[in-house]
Design a protein around this ligand. Sequence first.
Ligand code: NAD
Length: 443
Amino acid sequence: MNICVIGVGYVGLVTGTCFADMGHHVHCVDINERTIEKLRNGIMPIFELGLQEMVVHNTAAGRLRFSSILSDGMQRAEIAIVAVGTPSKENGEVDLQYVYAACEEIADVITTDCIIVVKSTVAIGTCRDLERRIAERLAARGLASLDAPVVSNPEFLKEGTSVEDCLHPDRVVVGVASERARTVMHDLYASFVPEERILFMDPQSSEITKYASNAMLAARISFINEIALLCDIAGADVTSVKRGMSMDARIGGAFLNAGCGYGGSCFPKDLQALDQTGKLFGLEMKMASATSAINERQKRVLANLVVSRFGRDLRALKIAVLGLAFKPNTDDMRYAPSIPLIESLTKYGCAVVVADPIAAESAKPVLPQSVIYVESAEDALRGVDAVVLVTEWDVFVGLDWRKLGAKMKQKVLFDGRNVYDPETMKSLGFEYYYIGRGYVVGD
Ligand code: NAD
């Protein structure tokens, strides 16, 4: 098939590349000319495991092309996949301006039938509204007979494993009202997704499925984080509580690790959007708002731990932060818990030295200017008074603390992901602080 992907961020670039790898002809379009220039030269604008090789291979094979001009990409396109960003407005509502702009532009350039697939996470009713607007624009161009149905096809890939997720999705959700679009979407996915995992439904249900899925995952994280706070106050250990809960097959263990809060481009904004959507429909979304509020509190836990250990005047101290990205295997800094932590440490006068295997470049614009960037944990820990683990990259989980402890001025470790064994750390002479295992951290 000839496919045009509009927006080549985490979702669009991975999706377009995977479809090209399956043999489709894919033209990726982005308004950011620097991004397109980089991609044409084989340089990735984002970090994703295995992506660069696939882009280079499919570009060389002539199946994957990049352009900043939509009309180029839309030539002969049977499907247009919209994967532009949908950030939050100040009031938490989802900002759909990029989705509307992309769809209106599509309506202004197409000359043949085209199925418009919305992969961006959009408010409920957006696809129906887009379809109406596109039909109006086509009619204004004298092309009312063109068939341009809008399909909701939310994306569930996870940054860090997105190529794998795209090639082997748990499920594909397709919200569709048109029979022709349903057949084309079926053909697009049936070659690599088992029939029973392609779920057809109406567009509104599909739009809600995306928000409901993210809200459920985020709610589990906030739930265990709240239990972790209770454990701290009550002198219990949240990791034991989690073990005891998760053996119940109805509960399971996924998304039940206490930590310093969730971040990323999806959970925070989608939870806010769900909350705001409820308001539009006159319904208070109590779970969504509680999940967000608990997460905001949780993102302060590490700074509170540091302050309860060292006091508020940190001017004499140097603290290392390991991990900046909101989770391992990505360079995405959006809503990362490292940001409020480092802002607080800097505000209290502390010198902050940071290491992250990939995210340093994307962190620089969003972190205080005084932050010192180094290449490795070994470099970061030299002469510091404490270290805070924020992102559980494998290289940090596997550190040799016996060797590293000797480089530190004081052996104080705050573990924001509960990845080390307390007994081992204590036996190595560390003052070891963690989340939800018996320390009162305040709020
Ligand atoms: P992103 O910010 O990484 O990329 C969006 C891209 O769209 C940017 O490169 C931007 O320049 C481009 N763009 C904006 N307007 C455009 C236009 N009119 N024409 C062409 N290009 C345009 O965003 P992302 O993280 O890939 O997310 C895209 C959507 O997918 C969002 O709605 C997001 O919520 C959703 N989503 C993201 C993830 C994720 O893990 N990142 C997962 C599932 C769903």
